[in-house]
Ligand binder design. Structure first.
Ligand SMILES: [Zn+2]
Length: 435
């Protein structure tokens, strides 16, 4: 274990020296950064580099470090922390590179078990490396398979990238359409658990719109165990006709009700995380207490925090849809796209300055684009909606959703903050001075 510690020290020393020599945005740093990244990846292939996610230290593959946010779905983490006990069994369906798997393995230590389903072979490979790097490989099983309503095989598309856009049955409509997929094995949660006499305590499901299929194949596992916590990332915008009715019918058969935990209006109509609670049980008390404790301690909540009704009263319907519901405005629809005067772009939710005019550039996308925000004004989370892993950006003061950041921007940062204009309010430079 001498090498990882040594590498972390080396990485810290190199970063410190680089900070002395040149600003992070300098051309010098920008030219050397990919070279250094490649060297780091080669050196750290087996040991990884250390990152802090949700306050927990984990070792990860340096090749995916850009896809790992410092804060990741706090509403889900709260439930994991409240309900997972040492020795528990967790099933993660659509485990991706394993951020929840790492958290679950640590929360159930020393004897807990985690089963991670990740059908993309490249992604499953990264996940297995992460388990070895963190010493969890003895307690976590990675199944390179998909879960659905019936066992068999299915084609998985978009498998070239390890942390990315793969999807069952068809390609990602928002990405380049892959010519062909790979065949992946499919099982059902019921069949898998029955064959191994598994009785999980918690199941996480994130399958990009195919939620109904996974639940259909899990009716015995969920229906027979009211103690089982089920957390589903619902993607109603990706559902076909009749899918909402199918989900309501399924929940009735499972004896569960859907409780949205992402602040969404309707857990079966808006995108977000949902807990399937036993229909007759009083649940959610534990994490309610934890949420209130966190609020009173001032952690986990944004400095500006309002109820949904207060936000609706303050914002226009378009602003509410983007800032509070993660909608995306139509490209080219916002006048701020063409704003070229000197000045400041502020959060339409709370007024915090987010971007300055001289960091704006014309990206050709139809959305206002910036290569850097005002320092400290932006927070990020991993966004796995629409079959992609993207980095979501939000206002650090009110949590309002702004857009996404991509690594294909211009110098000096190489970043492209792709922002919904409706989430911003522009204040020309002269205004601030004359007031
Ligand atoms: Zn704000």
């Amino acid at each position: 274990m001498a090498l990882p510690g040594g590498l972390d020290r080396l990485h810290r020393v190199v970063s410190a020296v680089a900070n002395r020599l040149a600003a992070p945005e300098s051309v010098f740093r920008r030219l050397l950064s990919p070279v250094y990244g490649a060297a780091l990846r080669l050196l750290a292939r087996d040991t990884g580099i250390e990152v802090v996610v949700n306050g927990e230290r984990f070792r990860i593959d340096p090749g995916v470090r850009a896809a790992v946010p410092s804060t990741y779905e706090p509403e889900v983490l709260r439930i994991l922390r409240a309900r997972l006990r040492p020795g528990a069994c967790v099933v993660d369906v659509g485990a991706n590179i394993g951020l929840w798997v790492l958290h679950a393995a640590r929360l159930t230590a020393p004897a807990g078990r985690v089963i991670a389903f990740e059908p993309n072979p490249a992604t499953a490979g990264v996940l297995r490396r992460h388990l070895r790097m963190n010493g969890f490989d003895a307690r976590v099983v990675v199944e390179t398979a998909a879960l659905a309503a019936k066992p068999g095989t299915a084609r998985l598309y978009g498998v070239a990238e390890a942390a990315g856009t793969s999807r069952l049955h068809e390609g990602n409509p928002e990405g380049a359409r892959p010519a062909s997929g790979v065949a992946v094995p499919v099982t059902t949660l019921d069949e898998y658990c029955a064959a191994r006499a598994l009785r999980p305590s918690l199941v996480l499901i994130d399958v990009e719109g195919l939620e109904g299929d996974v639940l259909e194949g899990a009716t015995r596992t969920i229906g027979s165990n009211p103690e089982l916590t089920v957390i589903v990332e619902m993607h109603p915008t990706l559902w076909g006709a009749g899918e909402e009715d199918r989900l309501r019918d399924l929940l009735g058969r499972l004896g569960r009700t859907a409780r949205g935990i992402s602040g969404q209006d309707d857990p079966l109509r808006s995108y977000g995380q949902v807990v399937l609670e036993p229909a007759d049980g009083a649940s959610g008390d534990e994490e309610q207490v934890m949420a209130e404790t966190e609020k009173s301690q001032g952690s986990g909540a944004f400095p500006v925090s309002k109820t949904e009704g207060e936000w609706r009263a303050q914002l226009t319907p378009e602003q509410f849809a983007v800032l509070r519901q993660h909608a995306t405005e139509r490209p080219g629809s916002c006048a701020l796209l063409h704003e070229k005067r000197p000045g400041t772009f502020k959060c339409a939710g709370c007024g915090q300055p987010l971007f300055v005019a001289h960091r704006k550039f014309e990206s050709g996308t139809g959305w206002p684009s910036f290569f850097a925000p005002v320092e400290g004004s932006i927070g990020t989370t991993e966004d796995r909606s629409h079959f992609m892993v993207r980095t979501e950006v939000h206002c650090s003061r009110c949590g309002g959703h702004l857009g996404h950041v991509f690594p294909d921007g211009p110098p000096p940062t190489g970043l492209r903050y792709c922002i919904n204009g409706v989430a911003l309010e522009f204040e020309p430079a002269g205004d601030a001075i004359s007031r």
